[in-house]
Design a protein around this ligand. Structure first.
Ligand code: ZN
Length: 245
């Protein structure tokens, strides 16, 4: 082996050592996250934008027929939602969002802050800008994000089997072209249509009652024999009479 090849080889080994060392250091801290990283343990009584970030991610755990307020204030409802989230993932259920709970949330999110099993394009087959609806593009996109976290909770509760999204955000023109209702929540970005299989429509309509959706329309409601519609609109409206919802 020539000296030059040996030197190159040694250099390569040193670079590899640095890479492996860096990798281990990252794994050891375990807090780095491409989307959002909390800097403190969160618990009841706290306020802040970090609480808001937590609330978005546990908004699918409000309990039956309830909606968790995303208000940056860690009250009893947030504590109860965190407890349900912890139980759902086998963590100690104390209602305090410490390192274990935060790590689980990091594991459940992508770098764009969407939950791992749902994507922005999936929630917006209309355009890539989120513009042209009944609210500002940023609001529509934020509404879609919280819908996705609710669906992630529902997906987990249904045995980690996929949930098929057939429609999400629609601009006013997209909504007209598919024949959507003139006041459809799809134009606000907070409505999602779910298609059959692997779950039946009634399984999803019933389960959605536990995950923070004010609107649930399904079999038995006009125009909803082939999908379940869930939304986060301000009005409570559940109607899937063939499912007992
Ligand atoms: Zn719909």
């Amino acid at each position: 082996m020539s000296r030059r090849v040996l030197r190159a080889l040694l250099g390569f080994v040193m670079i590899m050592a640095v890479c492996v060392g860096g990798g281990l250091a990252t794994a050891g801290t375990a807090q780095a996250d491409g989307c959002y990283t909390w800097s403190r343990t969160l618990k009841e009584g706290m306020k802040g934008s970090d609480v808001t970030q937590l609330q978005i991610r546990v908004s699918g755990y409000p309990g039956y027929n309830a909606v968790l307020a995303i208000d940056g204030s860690y009250g009893p409802a947030t504590k109860a939602a965190v407890k349900r989230f912890q139980s759902a993932y086998g963590l100690a259920s104390d209602g305090v969002a410490g390192p274990d709970t935060q790590s689980k949330l990091y594991a459940l999110q992508d770098n764009d802050c969407t939950p791992i099993h749902f994507t922005y394009p999936e929630l917006n087959k209309c355009n890539s800008t989120w513009a042209g609806g009944k609210v500002a593009a940023g609001t529509a996109k934020a509404n879609a994000l919280s819908s996705m976290w609710k669906l992630e909770a529902m997906r987990h509760a249904l045995g980690d089997k996929s949930i098929r999204v057939t429609s999400g955000f629609r601009s006013v023109s997209c909504n007209s072209s598919v024949g959507g209702a003139s006041n459809s929540r799809h134009m606000y970005g907070d409505a999602v249509d779910l298609g059959v299989s692997p779950h039946s429509l009634c399984t999803m309509a019933k389960q959605a009652r536990n995950h923070g959706f004010n609107g649930i329309l399904g079999p038995g409601y006009p125009g909803h024999s082939d999908h379940v519609h869930v939304n986060q609109g301000p009005n409570h409206h559940w109607d899937a009479s063939q499912c007992g919802v």
